[in-house]
Design a protein around this ligand. Sequence first.
Ligand SMILES: Cc1cc2nc3c(=O)[nH]c(=O)nc-3n(C[C@H](O)[C@H](O)[C@H](O)COP(=O)(O)OP(=O)(O)OC[C@H]3O[C@@H](n4cnc5c(N)ncnc54)[C@H](O)[C@@H]3O)c2cc1C
Length: 600
Amino acid sequence: MATYKAPLRDMQFVMQDLINFEKHYQSLPACDEVNQELIDAILGEASKFAEEILAPLYAVGDEVGCTMLDGGEVQTPPGFKEAYEQYIEGGWPSLDQPAHYGGQDLPMSIGLPVREMNGTANWSWAMYPGLSHGAMETIDTHGSEEQKAMFMEPLVSGRWTGTMCLTEANCGTDLGLLKCKAEQAADGTYKIIGSKMFVSSGEHDLAENIVHIVLARLPDSPPGTKGISLFIVPKFIPNDDGSVGERNNVTCGALEHKMGIHGNSTCLLNFDGATGYMVGEENKGLNYMFTFMNFARLGTGLQGLAHSELAFQNSLAYAKERLQMRSLTGPKNPDGPADPIIVHPDVRRMLLTQKAFAEGGRALIYFASTQGDIVTKSEDPEARELADRVLGFLTPIIKAFLTETGFESANLGLQCFGGHGYIKEWGLEQNVRDARIATLYEGTTGIQALDLLGRKVLGTRGKSLKPITSFILDFCKRARRRKELRPYLKTLVRLTKQWKALTRKIGFAAMRNRDAAGAASVDYIMFSGYVLLGLTWAASANAAYRKLEQGTSEEAFYRAKIQTAEFYFAKILPRTTSLLETMLAGPDTLMKMEDDQFIF
Ligand SMILES: Cc1cc2nc3c(=O)[nH]c(=O)nc-3n(C[C@H](O)[C@H](O)[C@H](O)COP(=O)(O)OP(=O)(O)OC[C@H]3O[C@@H](n4cnc5c(N)ncnc54)[C@H](O)[C@@H]3O)c2cc1C
């Protein structure tokens, strides 16, 4: 069975040596009392919950999965409900929620590592409370005072959970096609009619109520995305005193039988005239839903990191124990029948790739969470505006790049185990199956790539790229003092300049032929991810050199950071060269074959 140990040391490295969270909190009056001691205490407690309660349910969640009962109720795997009760008792759902709803008002960047630990220990379980966060964010940002009073406190406390209902049989990526209807009732509420599919956590037995956030169309609304409105549709209608009342007409019609994440219920939901409450103004629903989607996209990026981390931890332990063949440079375990496989260069390539993606990805997403703190907690409007732009730019990259590298790492984790990786009992094949969904839901890699290149970069004539490229170039200038880093900084400066130049080239090509952007977009988002991870690794090496100079009892830990940076720059970052070439190859080779020439 796969095992999990929370990587507290690496989390501390990011939060203390690399980004300095304490200083970041001091710059935000709303959370200037958050200090290292408090962070350590929270992460310490959270790690116990993840390791002792959630990780042991990882395999059973996969084996038993969710079960639909005769009445359409859904039973989660054994132990999931009890774990959720303990989660509520521990006050975890309210950690980074506003105090006026009963939350603990801590910043998002404290909630994120907690979610990382829960998700790495057991992603399927973590999706139940995970989706509630998006629902809370959406209601708090766009809901009426009455809706906030009705739904926020039970969601914040964890008594109720949330879902996100966009997808229908005929529409996934293209939400303009959605058909689910909403008709106004005499009392001002709406009757929701239609079906939503693939609704994660859509029905379950963990909480007393489920709050569905649903996109639907009013009768006379314009076609396409301009005619979509947003509704809150609870499983049970809340009473005025906040208790749950009558059962609403939303039921689970079926559970999907899927490749992975078996412990999470993926539901077909039927809305048979279910009572819904409109959020905000009619026909602006998709804009409001973006609040949920952006939150969920970062959450899915976190899932990619979780799969890299789990793969790395388990394959590392195995590589130190499994004895096969001798090292090419002579026996390293002369008293044993063979050497441990960690001596082999190719096994090291696999381990270091996973380590580079897990730790580099952690640094990237934790940095993004500090931008989220600034957006929600800063008193300076300019700082808020800039952080919002940076976070908006990073979100599709984090979603696409960390999930693609998460899947690559999961696959490499299995490979390190040889044939044993293919066998269920080790848990590595589960990690591969669970990781596969992350590049698909919340918008596929292809769709994230179009969002980044089409909407965010070319749509702003490259303006959104500027804060990031300036940040990288500033870092390179400051870090030049350290001569050991100079080769990396030179590479990073070159790639950053290329990033800007190729954006211009694709922009010009797209003016002549719009397929040029679509043909380049996935290569572009992956290129962007590799460069950003280059930044995190150069910055990590910089921080490690500083600690070594200051003197530390953890020399091995910091040397490993420097060595992983060396590995990343030598063995992973050169992937950008090939991406650069394919990105600029243009759309012709993709488009010139007629559809009816695609034959087999
Ligand atoms: C386990 C699971 C859980 C899910 N959870 C939820 C949930 O909680 N709530 C919810 O609403 N949905 C959920 N989904 C749905 C998920 O978000 C969609 O499956 C996903 O967005 C893709 O939509 P689709 O499956 O219809 O694929 P399609 O939209 O049909 O896409 C098929 C392929 O075409 C590509 N494509 C489509 N349009 C373009 C374009 N313009 N340019 C380039 N390529 C394009 C896509 O990238 C993809 O490769 C879930 C799905 C699964 C499998």
